[in-house]
Design a protein around this ligand. Structure first.
Ligand code: LMR
Length: 394
């Protein structure tokens, strides 16, 4: 039986992680996988996470199963964080999932169950694992134009033109904030236009939100998802706590299915619980409990928000430093987009052979499509990167 297996394509981001680990050079710089690192190159456990874990260790009396949807308190806390009061709680079905990837996977499975002929429209480019999972599940994907290679901003006219080819029931996958891999985002007026199009064409919105708090702030980054959730008839929201709580390996995420009909919401809830049961039964609890403890305690929540804001501001500072350095070295404004982009990533717009050259000649690792993780930099490595970018001729 096993001899029938075929080698599967390696995930580009994870393969790069491995290559970086194996590179013996001391001066190497990791701008690959989307993990936050502080100025010392460490991915710290956040203060509030440590405190919450301590509390859980002391107070938890049982590790018996929760429910298939996870602890309802986790869903309530996350819904509050992401949606505020934008949607009545009664309209939201929600389950805890293993990370944001688990939420995306369950969302895609639900789409396939509900409408096997639905196509999923994804931005070009999108997070590679979106495409990989969709292909694995046999769901047809259509790419809509998104990144403008000239301006390094959003090709909004192209996006709208392509979304107009979607049929009723097709799904539009959008990044709630901090677009991965480009860092280029829609403004709120453009979001409104997308909402209008979704409504006029009878499309289904799906939002992946993995970086709330990394872009313009916790509330600001939730603005688009709140607009969509409160303006469309139905939507799916896949959320990750990996980045903004720094609980990557705990696998903590939430999937929401929103509908304006109570009976439909009940059916959505039981479908999501069923899907959890089929795939892994009960979702992981520890990370979810940590997040719930933080969000439901005023002092822990305030401390978490403060630390997250420090992280956000440090990434913004690095963006600005890199943009300034590139302006100085190139004598032009052509890299100004680095300061405009938001979140953990920027797509440089460099050809794959230049990305390869950066890795081979300079020990600088970024994803092959020239996505760089801003949080992999520090004040010392920014000038090194900027010089290398100019040297290889980006
Ligand atoms: C990334 O895009 O680098 C992160 O979301 C990590 C991952 O799983 O790809």
């Amino acid at each position: 039986m096993f001899e029938n297996l075929k080698p599967q394509p390696a995930d580009k981001i994870l393969a790069l992680m491995q290559m970086y680990r194996e590179d013996p050079r001391d001066q190497k710089i990791d701008l690959g996988v989307g993990v936050y690192k502080n100025a010392k190159g460490i991915t710290p456990v956040m203060r509030a996470v440590k405190a919450a874990e301590k509390r859980i260790l002391e107070e938890q009396e049982s590790k018996a199963y929760t429910g298939l949807a996870g602890d309802p308190a986790f869903a309530d806390a996350m819904i509050g964080l992401i949606l505020g009061n934008a949607v009545p709680r009664a309209n939201i079905a929600a389950v805890a999932t293993p990370g944001g990837t688990g939420a995306c996977r369950q969302a895609f499975e639900m789409i396939r169950m509900a409408n096997p002929s639905a196509r999923v429209f994804v931005s070009n480019p999108t997070w590679p694992n979106h495409l990989s999972i969709l292909n694995y599940l046999g769901i047809e994907t259509v790419q809509y134009r998104y990144f403008d290679g000239e301006t390094r901003g959003v090709d909004f006219d192209g996006m709208i033109e392509d979304l107009k080819t979607a049929n009723a029931g097709d799904v539009v996958l959008l990044h709630g904030c901090c677009h991965n891999p480009t860092g280029a985002n829609l403004n709120i007026v453009q979001w409104q236009e997308v909402v209008n199009l979704i409504n006029t064409r009878g499309l289904v919105a799906m939002i992946d939100i993995a970086y709330q708090g990394f872009g313009d702030g916790l509330e600001e980054d939730a603005q688009a998802v709140r607009l969509v959730a409160s303006s469309v008839k139905r939507c799916l929201i896949a959320a990750s706590c990996s980045k903004n709580f720094g609980v990557y390996r705990e696998r903590t995420g939430l999937l929401m299915a929103i509908s304006d009909d109570a009976a439909q919401t009940a059916l959505n809830q039981s479908t999501l619980a069923f899907l959890n049961r089929q795939n892994y039964s009960f979702p992981p609890d520890h990370g979810a409990r940590v997040v719930t403890t933080i969000l439901n305690d005023d002092a822990l929540r305030a401390d978490w928000a403060t630390e997250l804001e420090e992280v956000r501001l440090s990434m913004l500072g690095l963006r600005q430093q890199l943009a300034d350095e590139l302006q100085r070295l190139s004598g032009s404004d052509r890299f100004g987009f680095v300061a405009q982009h938001r979140g953990m990533f920027s797509r440089l717009g460099a050809a794959p052979e230049l990305v390869e050259k950066l890795r081979v000649d300079h020990g600088i690792y970024m994803v092959g499509d020239s996505r760089l993780n801003i949080a992999g930099l520090n004040a010392t490595t920014v000038p090194i990167l900027a010089q290398a970018i100019i040297d290889v001729g980006v």
